[in-house]
Design a protein around this ligand. Structure first.
Ligand code: PMP
Ligand code: GLU
Length: 393
């Protein structure tokens, strides 16, 4: 049969992270034991007070549509959080939209700002879905390979090399998936000057904001005076509050853009789940202790996995600033590329991980291991990889 789907799909691959989720599920269904360091998902349960609030909402019959933008109390809580945590000033009545997932917020934001043929700058390594989303809209992702030797920093030079008259927006993700890198003041300054000079919009994906280590400061581009009017900030509850299955996120930005984005929301999902939003209010306004406890555990796992990986022959791994991924340089192992390393590790050891090349040209030669899993699994996975590498030598 000829290809009946839209031509836009020509350059769109299935999600590499979902491919790993599916493969692990399939192998387990066949009775194969897999140590899963592939897909990035907190292994913690959602904090109990958040669950209670949503369950009570359901029991109280809170099962109807909400305003498309979101529940007013949640919009207020998000605006308060953005002011307090991020230094971003927004009007909850006009500048915030609650979305079913940060993923949807990103897609809606890209639909809002990109015309077919527009270019979206995407520094890589970057999360797998940005480029696919741009292509689904008929826009062109322009991937910028960042240099691992420079800590995967975004530089003015690299941005200038890739900008064109069709460049409409730049997508920045900090803390970064997969590298864990957190934006520095120098990078934020370079980005803001670049954006102002070329009149480029910024989409700032801050979903790992809560998960930072060693007292690292999280910087929000939307807080910079020169960026406030050109930045859509995207965030969500999946990572910080361990709420992946809830599908709850939000976007905040300039009033004119958010007015257009509301049309995307109204004509696609309508609104986010009513009781899910009630859970979101509890997450933002309730005790933050569960978040701190999860981050403490991630910090311990980070120390463990970085130490173990860095000691393996041919592997170099530095500690990420944030998120819950170790991004290890495997170029010293002698494998042709990251995909063949990941495939070999899975077959030889039953450890699932992500090849860095799935995250764009900047990720080749690296692999991503999620440490959002138990220390026992992390230790066993590193031991198995170490043994297999030693046997191969
Ligand atoms: N951005 C990044 C960088 C991510 O890793 C994820 C996790 N899948 C998302 C956005 C989307 O998060 P969610 O859709 O679960 O809110
Ligand atoms: N963000 C996670 C990851 O990178 C979850 C999967 C996805 O949504 O892509 O593995």
């Amino acid at each position: 049969m000829s290809n009946r789907a839209a031509a836009r799909f020509g350059g769109v691959q299935k999600s590499a992270t979902y491919a790993v989720f599916d493969m692990v599920a399939q192998m387990r269904a066949q009775g194969v034991e897999v140590l899963d360091l592939g897909g990035g998902e907190p292994d913690f349960d959602t904090p109990a007070h958040v669950v209670d609030e949503a369950v009570n909402a359901l029991r109280d019959g809170f099962t109807h549509y909400t305003p498309s933008r979101g529940l007013p109390d949640l919009l207020d809580a998000i605006a308060t959080k953005l002011a307090k945590d991020n230094g971003i000033t927004v009007d909850p009545a006009t500048d915030v939209i609650v979305t079913p997932s940060a993923k949807h917020a990103l897609f809606a934001a890209l639909v809002t700002v990109l015309d077919p043929g527009d270019e979206l700058l995407v520094p890589t390594p970057s999360w797998v879905s940005y480029t696919a989303m741009a292509r689904l809209i008929g826009a062109l992702p322009v991937q910028i390979a960042l240099d691992g030797a420079n800590g995967f920093r975004i530089t003015r030079e690299l941005l200038e090399e890739h900008v064109s008259p069709r460049t409409k927006a730049l997508l920045v993700n900090s803390p970064n998936n997969p590298t864990g890198h957190c934006l520095t003041h120098d990078e934020a300054r370079a980005i803001s000057r670049f954006a102002a000079e070329h009149d480029i919009l910024l989409i700032s994906d801050e979903i790992y904001e809560k998960i930072v280590y060693d007292g690292r400061e999280h910087l929000s581009l939307g807080a910079l005076a020169c960026c406030a009017d050109r930045t859509i900030t995207v965030n969500g509850f999946s990572k910080g509050y361990a709420m992946t299955g809830w599908r709850l996120g939000y976007a905040a930005g300039p009033t004119d853009l958010m007015a257009q984005m509301l049309k995307v929301q109204q004509h696609t999902v309508g609104c986010t789940g009513s009781f899910v939003q009630r859970g979101g209010i509890a997450a933002l306004t309730g005790a933050q202790e569960p978040v701190r406890e999860m981050v403490e555990q991630y910090a311990r796992r980070r120390a463990l996995v970085v130490r173990e990986l860095d000691s393996l022959p041919g592997v170099a791994c530095s500690a990420p600033d944030g998120a819950f991924y170790a991004f290890a340089d495997i170029r010293g192992t002698g494998f042709a590329d990251a995909a063949s390393f990941a495939q070999w590790v899975l077959e030889r050891t039953g450890v699932a991980l992500m090849p860095g090349s799935a995250f764009g040209p900047g990720g080749e030669g690296f692999v991503r291991l999620s440490f959002a899993t138990s220390p026992e699994v992390l230790r066993a996975a590193c031991e198995r990889i170490g043994r297999a590498l030693a046997e191969r030598a």
